[in-house]
Design a protein around this ligand. Structure first.
Ligand SMILES: C[S@@+](CC[C@H](N)C(=O)[O-])C[C@H]1O[C@@H](n2cnc3c(N)ncnc32)[C@H](O)[C@@H]1O
Length: 294
């Protein structure tokens, strides 16, 4: 009888799924913003609702209240929190996204670093892709730097790629993509660094093992107060990540990224991310490319 009464109360959307009430959305969104820095205004309620509805189905839960109780139970904290946080992230990425950055990298930034600091020759050049999503960005870097190594004798580099989202890190580590995703990759790199699947009904590519070995993937939350890295990096790509944060959070993340850069190191941001108005030890050297002072 009690079961029937609660059935009658469970609201559903027009499409038939359970409804995420504004009150419960507020609780989820506050949690997501505190943990990840990602802003979740009320306009994101439908997005979060539809993404979480899939999860409720998988867990065979009927209401968001049940899901909320589960997520914050002891068992849920261990098993479900990462799924909830994955749901809140936006992971759009592409190989050779914002291609002008790779021109600036190979034509200006690398020659400068090699000439003035010996990075890549006297010691390995250290690059970090922060917020790497499914891996297109660090693998693009690996292709470009490998091409550099064919032109400069003895050129060595290390690439660290991090993200908070467990799902995308799994994809990045496996390095299997739909073939159409590789369209922006230049033919010469396709031939050297990509393997094609034999299944022509679902054409896919995989990053070749030698290139995969050049990238180390790790989970890292940019909200952490300390990234556990000394000021040792030559280049950081943190593109299209802080755009989802509010201004104070952006400033905190950028300050910590700056601390990880060597003086004279370079920071690449997304094309719609401006650092105007932030008091940071950076100087613009090209559109959305910055150099650390000192
Ligand atoms: C839109 S993607 C950008 C991917 C890539 N940098 C590019 O420009 O193509 C943003 C990525 O930032 C990650 N992200 C969001 N908040 C984060 C946080 N607090 N710590 C680490 N990564 C985060 C997301 O999981 C997502 O994969």
């Amino acid at each position: 009888m009690a079961q029937n009464a609660s059935n009658a109360c469970a609201e559903s959307t027009l499409a038939g799924g359970p409804v995420l009430s504004p009150r419960l959305f507020e609780k989820f969104s506050r949690f997501v913003t505190t943990q990840l820095g990602i802003k979740m205004p009320a306009s994101k309620r439908t997005m979060l609702q539809s993404r979480l509805q899939k999860r409720l189905r998988q867990l065979r839960l009927r209401t968001f209240e049940e899901y909320y109780d589960f997520v914050f139970s002891e068992e849920g904290r261990r098993q479900e929190l990462s799924h909830l946080l994955d749901t809140a992230t936006t992971n759009k990425t592409d190989f050779y996204r914002e291609p002008r950055h790779y021109e600036v990298l190979t034509q200006t930034v690398l020659p400068d670093l090699i000439r003035h600091t010996g990075a890549g020759l006297r010691r390995p050049l250290k690059v970090w892709s922060a917020g790497c999503s499914t891996g297109a960005e660090p693998y693009t870097l690996a292709m470009e730097l490998s091409e550099m190594a064919t032109r400069i004798d003895g050129f060595k580099f290390q690439i660290l790629a991090t993200d908070i989202c467990t799902r995308v890190l799994g994809v990045a580590y496996n390095a299997v993509y739909e073939e159409r995703e590789a369209h922006p990759v230049p033919m010469v790199c396709k031939k050297k660094y990509l393997l094609r699947s034999k299944d022509r009904n679902r054409p896919r590519i995989r990053i070749a093992p030698d290139l995969r070995r050049l990238v180390e993937f790790r989970q890292l939350n940019l909200m952490d107060p300390d990234y556990g890295m000394p000021a040792a990096l030559d280049i950081i790509f943190c593109r299209n990540v802080i755009i989802y944060f509010d201004r104070p959070t952006q400033f905190g993340v950028l300050s910590r990224l700056c601390r990880c850069l060597k003086p004279g190191g370079f920071l690449f941001m997304g094309h719609s991310e401006t650092l105007n108005g932030f008091d940071l030890p950076l100087r613009a050297v090209a559109s959305t490319v910055y150099r650390k002072l000192g």
